[in-house]
Write a protein that binds this ligand. Structure first.
Ligand code: AGP
Length: 600
């Protein structure tokens, strides 16, 4: 979740780096830094928090002329967000910026400490620059030293490295995380970035580096270490680049879910347990129950979590809509852990609920996507969801990352409470690792939702139904449809339909039935049969064909209901979006809504 930029040329290096980082800031913003090289001098500026802080520092400094520079905006994975942990990282005479995670950094660090290197940060990245200098000191050849360095790294690493040992060059390598190299519009200019948008207007030709490709660039040459690369034309529209070729931000963000969920899990799962550096085990001291408060989509993630907290952690959990909680004169006792969930961290009702909990002396934890937001500042503990900026008003990746964090948290608590067998823990961890795969979108499933959408543009209403965690998922599916298509939709527990809503059933009532194979399949099947018997139009989403469906969206077979949950989530998001597009609505900015609801 970091952004990288680099520049070689005669224009204003500092400006390119800062403008570029501004474009990438959405990737992460707990700190930022740049390193600028002028022959025998490297100047470095780092600041905590948003880019403005870095800009302020630079504005108050006297700058030299620089021909080369690298920059980075960080979202912490290893080591807390501090200035020391901010990139670029320094050896004796070289600097590196890195996006990804070095899995074998501990053993490399031990080896380098043994060899006399001093480390100042808690990051995995710092080993790269020391490893480089270790080889350079032995080999006295920067290209060889860089290649040796790369050959020792495991994990994901997209890197830019500069060194006084070869002050006219940037060494680059891509593995796992994205990296682009571009020939600038000016003569003798080379640009780097981890995404298109900082380059738009400044370069026409780029190489989207493939994994395992690296090289050395100077102002008049780019030497790749292999021939596996090709130049392509850079898009000219920033909007287009920002949307990565997708029609809407919502579509892009739906597709991004697999990646951001991987980012969200990065460094937080090992073979035996969940690791959250940002909280500690004492969080549960004296706690008997959990109360969750949130609004909208975040409330649905909270409802999903309530099943997991009770099932896996064996902790009593209840969930409340923040606007209701505020005025019900709730009984709050200090044996309750108060969890708020918010993409923005600014939603007024949720923020007020958090204040009430704090005033009543409850321990608080926020699951949030925006660091430094009002909620992360107010709460005792924060877990960031690392979804990156979500631009579409209809939440997509915020929900999937929140749900993954909450699932991980239920396992983290289960371990503390000793409420889970080693065997179950192992299979849960295994399933968690498979989530990014469940969120991948195949052409066929997208095409299917597109084709089906034309049959669902009318009618007198939709019922999304499911059981257990598929009930909150049904609520989320209905909310997605309502907010962007303006069609009436309700989410309902499928077993509850017979207590009233089934009276609405007729061919113009559309039932979207979530029918997972691995959780209560027979129960939901009989509920859907009841609706079918009353002639409701049924669209079932399931890995198992259901003969009473009018329409059927087939999901993949898996062995865990949460993997079915995530795949069905994607189907519901695409289905709503395709209906909205057919109706000619503004998918990203639906009427009457705002991305962040900071009023009561
Ligand atoms: C759903 O698509 C909406 N964006 C909305 O329901 C949202 O989840 C709600 O307003 C809460 O926002 P928050 O997560 O930023 O607190």
């Amino acid at each position: 979740m970091c952004g990288i930029v680099g520049y070689i040329g005669s224009k204003d290096t500092t400006k390119f780096l800062l403008d570029g980082l501004k474009e990438l800031e959405y990737r992460g913003y707990d700190s930022a830094g740049i390193a600028l090289l002028n022959k025998d001098r490297i100047d470095v500026f780092k600041a905590l928090g948003k880019l403005n802080n870095l800009q302020d520092k630079i504005d108050h400094s006297t700058l030299d002329e620089y021909d080369i520079g690298i920059g980075h905006t960080r979202w912490a994975t290893h080591g807390k967000p501090t200035e020391l942990n901010a990139h670029p990282h320094l050896g004796e005479y070289s600097y590196v910026v890195h996006n990804g995670i070095i899995e074998n950094y501990k053993e490399l660090k031990d080896e380098l400490i043994e060899a006399g290197h001093n480390f100042v940060s808690q990051t995995d990245t710092e080993v790269i620059v020391h490893l480089f200098e270790n080889y350079q000191n032995k080999l006295n050849d920067t290209t060889k030293a860089f290649k040796e360095t790369i050959s020792r790294l495991q994990g994901a690493f997209s890197i830019l490295l500069i060194s006084k040992a070869n002050p006219e060059k940037i060494f680059f390598f891509k593995h796992g995380s994205p990296l682009i190299i571009a020939r600038g519009n000016e003569e003798e200019e080379v640009l780097f970035s981890s995404s298109d948008s900082p380059l738009i207007g400044l370069a026409k030709e780029v190489v989207y580096l493939e994994d395992g490709i690296g090289g050395v660039a100077s102002k008049n040459s780019i030497d790749f270490f292999s021939d596996d690369y090709s130049w392509s034309t850079l898009p000219t529209s920033k909007q287009f680049a920002q949307k990565n070729g997708f029609r809407f931000f919502m579509e892009k963000e739906t597709y991004e879910q697999s990646d951001v969920v991987s980012d969200c899990m990065l460094g937080r799962i090992n073979d035996e347990e969940i690791i959250f550096d940002e909280i500690d085990k004492s969080l549960l001291d004296g706690i008997k129950e959990i109360k969750i408060c949130a609004c909208g989509t975040s409330y649905h993630a909270g409802l999903t979590a309530s099943y997991l907290f009770e099932r896996l952690s064996k902790i009593k959990c209840n969930v409340e809509i923040a606007s209701e909680f505020r005025y019900k004169e709730p009984l709050l006792t200090d044996d309750t852990l108060f969890i708020v969930i918010s993409q923005s961290g600014e939603t007024a009702d949720t923020l007020e609920a958090l204040k009430m909990a704090k005033n009543n002396g409850l321990k608080s934890l926020v699951i949030c996507n925006v660091d430094n937001s009002s909620m992360t500042r107010m709460s005792d503990y924060t877990i960031l969801t690392r979804a990156g900026i979500e631009k579409g008003v209809a939440s997509t990746k915020a929900f999937s990352t929140q749900t993954v964090v909450l699932w991980m948290l239920s396992l983290y608590f289960a371990k503390i409470k000793d409420s889970i067998s080693n065997e179950l823990m192992k299979s849960e961890l295994h399933a968690l690792r498979e989530v990014p795969k469940s969120l991948l979108i195949s052409n066929s499933i997208h095409e299917k939702t597109k084709r089906l959408s034309k049959r669902y543009l009318h009618g007198h209403g939709f019922f999304f139904i499911g059981r257990d965690v598929f009930f909150p998922l049904a609520l989320e599916g209905a909310l997605k449809l309502k907010e962007i298509s303006y069609l009436h939709a309700e989410g309902y527990p499928s077993g509850e339909m017979k207590h009233g809503p089934i009276a609405l059933a007729d061919p113009e009532l559309f039932t979207i039935a979530l029918m997972p194979e691995n959780l209560l399949y027979d129960k939901i099947k009989s509920n859907v049969e009841e609706l079918s018997a009353r002639d409701s139009t049924i669209c079932s989403i399931s890995p198992l064909e259901f003969e009473l469906s009018d329409d059927f969206i087939k999901t993949q077979k898996t062995d865990h209901y949460m993997l079915e949950f995530f795949e069905m989530l994607v189907v519901l998001q695409l289905f709503s979006m395709e209906i909205s597009i057919r109706l000619g609505n503004d998918v990203d900015m639906p009427r009457n809504l705002a991305k962040s609801v900071t009023v009561e």
